[in-house]
Design a protein around this ligand. Structure first.
Ligand code: AVJ
Ligand code: FE
Length: 430
């Protein structure tokens, strides 16, 4: 049984984060285009309200529209991010009022609806989907904050230190495991159904690739040697003029990065972030390894050799607590490798959840038996091989919006997201 108070609390927590991200800057900043690949923050704000209106107020609640006239403006498929500042968008003040009105109605719907009354409402799914949607846009808004120029406006304590240095790799034995889920109540359509997948034995790094390791790749001339890159990757490296992760700059004989408006020396033991799939792949090839496939990543994260079961999270079935993973924008940086020993998987793989999204070498397709629910535009329209998968969530992902089965995807050239990676390699002889 889904507890309505818990659903209400999750909606409220998402809204507090949206408010924090949109009140941190002034109105001029909210309507500004900080990057052609991002929406103005005020678009994300009203879009969050519009999705909530469509699904909770109109669909689940069967209520009259709050603002039918703005659906087109906030349909992500109608206008590209680049074009959104030129639209007659709601002003910041109107957007705040709109999302408040929608929320009041959605809470009323939650109060009255039977959570076993329809497939959409079952287990609070529609509400969970909207909580995740808002949290996903909050992470997108956090990425926009990272691209924004000017004085810092966001504050958070530094992440925890490593309790021990985590390096090296872990052997994942050959065999079948259960990938995806039939039981996770708020899992999205692309995480379903649960299905058995055979995975050959492989080694996976116990921690994500760090800044120090990545700096070694740069120092070894990794950006100038086409043989480390795929053909498409090299073409992109040339065309985009890539020489280091986004936001890195030379600092004497080392490197610094700018994070949310503050510039500092890179921290060597911290997972590298803001790399595209092609950079991740080139690093892995240089290191004599490769990226894990999506089934390999999920097996490393969920498979419990003692029981043969797949867990909800690497540490077990309990939802993330602060001791398990660096999630939810509690910190504005990934934590050093070894900072979350309590979040390790049974096989001893660390920091799979939180810190940085991890690129895996798999294209985005539906699992065998995939069935679209409740709308094609969540995932189905992205199937087909244009997108690479990312797993595990970042420091900017909320606990409500990630789990062992969660699948994220993006174009392989993207790096404004909080994207890193870890390496793997075959263990054919084991
Ligand atoms: C799952 C993160 C790729 O932000 O593009 C937000 C989530 N879908 N609104 C995205 C999403 C519709 C999506 N990702
Ligand atoms: Fe959206």
């Amino acid at each position: 049984m889904t507890d309505k108070n818990k659903v209400a609390a999750e909606l409220e927590r998402a809204r507090q984060r949206t408010v924090l991200l949109t009140e941190a800057v002034d109105d001029a900043d909210l309507v500004r285009q900080h990057s052609p690949i991002m929406s103005p923050l005020v678009w994300d704000l009203a879009h969050v309200g519009n999705q909530e209106e469509l699904w909770l107020v109109r669909d689940v609640g069967g209520r009259e529209p709050v603002r039918r006239d703005i659906d087109e403006l906030y349909d992500a498929f109608k206008h590209s991010r680049r074009d959104r500042t030129a639209l007659p968008l709601l002003s910041p003040q109107e957007a705040r009022k709109y999302v408040g009105q929608v929320r009041d109605k959605a809470m009323d719907v939650l109060d009255r609806v039977r959570l076993d009354g329809s497939r959409l409402a079952a287990d609070g799914f529609a509400f969970g989907m909207i909580v995740q949607h808002e949290q996903q846009h909050d992470e997108t808004m956090l990425a926009t904050h990272q691209l924004r120029l000017g004085a810092p406006v966001l504050e958070a304590p530094a992440p925890p230190q490593a309790t021990s240095k985590i390096t090296g790799e872990v052997l994942v034995p050959a065999g079948s495991f259960t990938m995806g889920t039939d039981t996770e109540p708020w899992a999205l359509d692309n995480e379903r159904p649960a299905h058995a997948v055979h995975v050959d034995a492989f080694y996976i790094d116990a921690a994500p690739t760090t800044n120090g390791e990545y700096a070694d790749f740069i120092a070894a001339g990794g950006y100038d040697e086409p043989s480390w890159w795929s053909e498409r990757g090299w073409a992109h490296r040339q065309e985009a003029g890539l020489t280091a992760p986004q936001h890195w700059q030379r600092d004497g004989d080392g490197w610094a990065y700018t994070r949310f408006g503050r510039t500092q020396r890179i921290i060597d033991d911290e997972p590298v972030v803001h790399v595209c799939f092609f950079e991740a792949q080139a690093y892995a090839t240089w290191a004599g390894k490769r990226l894990p496939t999506e089934p390999e990543w999920e097996k490393a994260a969920r498979f419990d050799p003692a029981t043969g079961r797949s867990r909800r999270y690497p540490w077990g079935d309990e939802p993330p607590e602060t001791r398990h993973a660096n999630l939810g924008q509690r910190h504005l940086a990934p934590a050093p490798a070894g900072a979350y020993p309590e979040g390790a998987s049974p096989l001893g793989v660390h920091q799979l959840i939180g810190d940085v999204w991890e690129w895996v070498d798999s294209d985005f397709y539906g699992y065998p038996g995939f069935s679209m629910f409740p709308y094609e535009e969540y995932s189905q329209v992205f199937f087909g091989g244009d997108y690479k998968i990312l797993r595990g969530g970042s420091f900017g992902t909320d606990a409500a919006a990630v789990r062992g089965t969660f699948r994220n995807w993006d174009h392989p050239i993207r790096r404004q997201i909080f994207s890193g990676f870890r390496c793997a390699r075959d263990a054919a002889d084991v």
